[in-house]
Design a protein around this ligand. Sequence first.
Ligand code: 13P
Length: 230
Amino acid sequence: MIYAANFKTNHTRQSTREYLGRLQPQLIKKHPNDKVYIFPPLTALDDYTSADFTIGAQNAYPVKNGAFTGEVGIEQLAEFNIKTILIGHSERRDILGESQEEVAKKFAFFKEQGFEIIYCIGESLEIREQGIEAVMEHLISQFEGIDTTYENFVVAYEPIWAIGTGRTASVEEITQTHNALKKVVDKPLLYGGSVKGANIAEISAIENVDGVLVGGASLKTETFLELVLH
Ligand code: 13P
């Protein structure tokens, strides 16, 4: 299983350091094959060398460096040995206005740089209500321009209506969607959307769920550990 914590715009440099300081000694208890990723805000990135977790960037601009006010490129990530990135999160697509074309450009760039990419896809409630065929059509459209054969690539299915809402997709919905996705992209497949201590057992037991991407429940070390060590 993969356990990935997306802090979004939460935590500071100092609180991230404290969080990781509390997390590290507990990870000795995790299953040796399980992998833990932490995506703190960009200002909290640092060179945390740990065999037990990997730090990734929530976002970066697809350049080495240059004149892109407000963005960071790989030169800034390299300072902290960051080789893992989230691409395509629905908040970046919908709030920050990233088009599929821009997302694909980022993917191609970070692939070229050999980054491990956690690539997010997900549908709105409106699409979900139209049924699985509409959902799959939408999810497949989010692979447009993406090299799904890239070896260092994990997919995170995050239904938008389940993110931060407390409304998790049902076991049936996750099962059906993940089974269909596995036929399209044979890569590790994470589920995200209101994952917490109360539902981790049933979600992680689903056959084609290879891990979880967690927002709210990842913000406290204790609640994230409830997932990792369940
Ligand atoms: P929540 O766990 O807060 O629903 O967020 C999920 C998410 O968007 C992780 O990327």
